[in-house]
Design a protein around this ligand. Structure first.
Ligand code: PGA
Length: 261
């Protein structure tokens, strides 16, 4: 297993600059060799994040929650992938269900966002997930297939990808999908990705689980072979609980590594 496991904090439209400074100084302390940590902040905090990361020599990577579908020009309010790169952004969420629902982001715009990010060497974290009704009706795999196909298109994908599987009903509800159920979906997603990537590349693609993950349940997910990390919303806002979450994830990764020897 060569995939570096990933824990992504998604602050959504929350936080403040002082909170960021404090969070980063507390979170940068534990030295966690087995996993990468990414913080996705609201766009105005990217400058402070860049500055604080440098000052603390922090291993926490910078992430964004959105990017413009256009590479530049007269698009008031938009922020391009090139601008994100200027601020050291390494990963950017694309197609989070909250943006699909409230900002009405379309598949066309998600496709353009991926292209813009790849052009700038930023890794997109493509979010997919079914609704409660689709889940109850057994449509999960069909829905995920459609969500991948409409964004990745008919051709092989030209750049690196991280997938985040987030069942919509699990986000912010305190009702996470169980880890064994998530593993089944992740395994299927890895198979589906062979439409766009070679079998060997599919083994390198990280698939994160997201939806009501916290420091009590995070490690459970990492015990499963196709779950390569977690995307965490409310459980990431406080530095101490995020640290606790990362430490339990690290122990789970170590146990998994020992079991594989
Ligand atoms: P949650 O959010 O952890 O608060 O459920 C996850 C997400 O939306 O990425």
């Amino acid at each position: 297993m060569t995939r570096t496991q990933l824990v992504m904090a998604n602050w959504k439209q929350q936080g403040s600059e002082p909170a960021l400074t404090q969070w980063l100084s507390e979170v940068s302390v534990p030295d966690l060799a087995e996993l990468s940590r990414v913080l996705c902040v609201p766009l105005p905090y990217l400058a402070a994040l860049r500055q604080q990361r440098a000052a603390l020599q922090s291993a926490v990577l910078a992430g964004a929650q959105q990017v413009s579908a256009w590479t530049g020009g007269a698009y008031t309010g938009e922020v391009s992938a090139a601008m994100l790169r200027e601020f050291g952004v390494a990963y950017t969420l694309v197609g989070h269900s909250e943006r699909r629902q409230w900002l009405l982001e379309t598949a066309d715009s998600r496709r353009a966002q991926l292209a813009a990010l790849w052009q700038q060497g930023i890794t997109p974290v493509l979010c997919v997930g079914e609704t409660a009704v689709q889940h109850q009706q057994g449509q999960t795999v069909d829905v995920l297939w459609q969500q991948l196909a409409e964004v990745l298109g008919p051709q092989p994908a030209p750049g690196p990808l991280v997938l985040a599987y987030e069942p919509v009903f699990a986000i912010g509800s305190g009702q996470p999908l169980s880890a064994p159920d998530a593993q089944q979906v992740h395994q299927k997603l890895r198979q589906l990705l062979q439409q766009w990537y070679s079998a060997a590349d599919c083994q390198q693609i990280r698939i994160l689980y997201g939806g009501s993950v916290n420091s009590n349940n995070a490690a459970e997910y990492l015990r499963y072979p196709d779950i390569d990390g977690v995307l965490v919303g409310s459980g990431s806002l406080q530095a101490d609980s995020f640290n606790a979450l990362c430490l339990t994830v690290q122990s789970a990764i170590r146990e998994r590594q020992v079991a594989q020897i």
